[in-house]
Design a binder for this molecule. Structure first.
Ligand code: ATP
Length: 359
């Protein structure tokens, strides 16, 4: 039976535009290889250029238009000409929060042929999924500024954690841990210094843990977690952390897996009331924009997560396999991975691997 999925592509800014085009080529290659599989893709040219022209990152009806899709493939939002908080809140966070994509899932592993910066660490020893709370906490957007410009100016960012918000992300992480072979979960906290919401976070984690006796669970302070990721990577499996903590830890994780350019993420609305959104972890990287050298693998891996979410596990597996064939061969890699290939060459190699030939 034929399956058609409706995908909204929001390339955004900087290299987001280049890597999303590459991701859409890979979707075409997947569809070409499987006659029953089709994608209806619509591109939305929203982002900083749109902002400079219209004063908003996306049009008023943008949200309603995206809602009609099965999933969203997102590039990046960020431009030196526009303040970062405007680009972030005007597009990416507007979508994530508006669509209640509360579970941000960030897999990290050493792909074949890629050597991370940790000496002697093998692929079997670095295989994590970071689950980031994506709807509240430090990025809830609560706060304000008064008396701007005076020396008695006050700026306030209030972290908001709700019992419902914490419980649903912790439960999501336990379920994910249960689906993986090692069945381990590390709960990241900072309840020694932050004595209200983080203590509630710990209490809720302990309460939910009682429902998952089969999962080996431990708790780490976020500062100690950074050293554990570097010194004892094999001791970790699934990691759950607040919005801010996981934001930072996942950039570290991406670097430890070889490059920010390969790391993927999914912003999930697990209840499927809204489409989920998939994107590479990296940002706009204006230093390499327009040069055609951005690594598209983070977008390809994100596309595999998108396929998995849409129930296309076999296609997701084929795409991951094609990525791993290309990295494993080590001949067609971008500069961030020590090679000299262009975005187009890596894309071509992955499409060729999907088609079963050798480029
Ligand atoms: P933003 O402010 O949008 O997060 P940024 O430029 O501050 O963007 P990133 O885009 O996350 O931060 O990237 C940091 C650096 O990592 C870039 O300057 C770039 O050199 C490198 N980098 C990021 N993504 C890639 C990629 N896909 N391919 C190659 N290099 C990359």
């Amino acid at each position: 039976m034929s399956r058609t999925h409706r995908i909204a592509a929001v390339p955004g800014d900087g290299i987001g535009i280049e890597v999303i085009e590459a991701g859409l080529e890979v979707l075409d290659a997947l569809a070409a290889a499987e006659p029953d599989l089709a994608f209806e893709v619509e591109r939305f040219p929203w982002g900083s250029d749109y902002y400079l022209e219209h004063g908003v990152m996306m049009p008023d009806d943008g949200f309603a238009r995206l809602r009609a899709f099965d999933a969203i493939l997102f590039g990046s939002a960020g431009d030196p000409r526009v303040p970062d908080h405007l680009t972030l809140w005007g597009l990416r966070l507007a979508i994530c929060q508006g669509m209640d994509q509360y579970a941000n899932v960030r897999p990290t592993r050493l792909l074949p042929g890629i050597e991370g910066p940790l000496k002697g660490v093998t692929a079997a020893e670095l295989d994590w999924v970071i689950v980031r709370e994506n709807s509240e906490g430090e990025y809830a957007g609560a706060g304000g500024r008064v008396h701007q410009g005076f020396d008695h100016e006050v700026g306030l960012d209030v972290s908001i954690m709700t019992r419902k918000g914490v419980e649903r992300i912790i439960r999501f992480a336990f379920e994910l841990a249960r689906s993986r072979p090692r069945k381990k979960l590390t709960v990241v906290t900072k309840s020694n210094a932050q004595r209200h919401a983080m203590v509630m976070w710990d209490e809720i984690a302990a309460m939910v843990q009682a429902d998952y006796p089969d999962i080996e669970t431990d708790k780490m302070l976020v500062d100690a977690m950074t050293t554990r990721m570097v010194l004892k990577p094999a001791s970790l499996d699934v990691i759950v952390a607040t919005n801010l903590h996981a934001d930072i830890l996942s950039d570290l994780a991406a670097a430890l897996s070889g490059s920010l350019g390969i790391a993927p993420t999914g912003n999930l609305n697990p209840e499927r009331d809204f489409p989920s959104m998939f994107e590479p972890i990296h940002g706009s990287a204006f230093d390499i924009m327009g040069k055609g050298i951005a690594n598209p693998i983070g977008t390809f891996w994100s596309t595999a997560m998108l396929l998995d979410h849409l129930g296309e596990e076999a296609a997701a597996g084929r795409l991951m396999n094609a990525i791993e064939v290309v990295t494993g061969r080590g001949e067609v890699l971008t500069a961030d991975l020590g090679g000299s290939a262009t975005t187009a060459e890596v894309t071509e190699a992955v499409c060729a691997a999907l088609a079963g030939s050798n480029v």
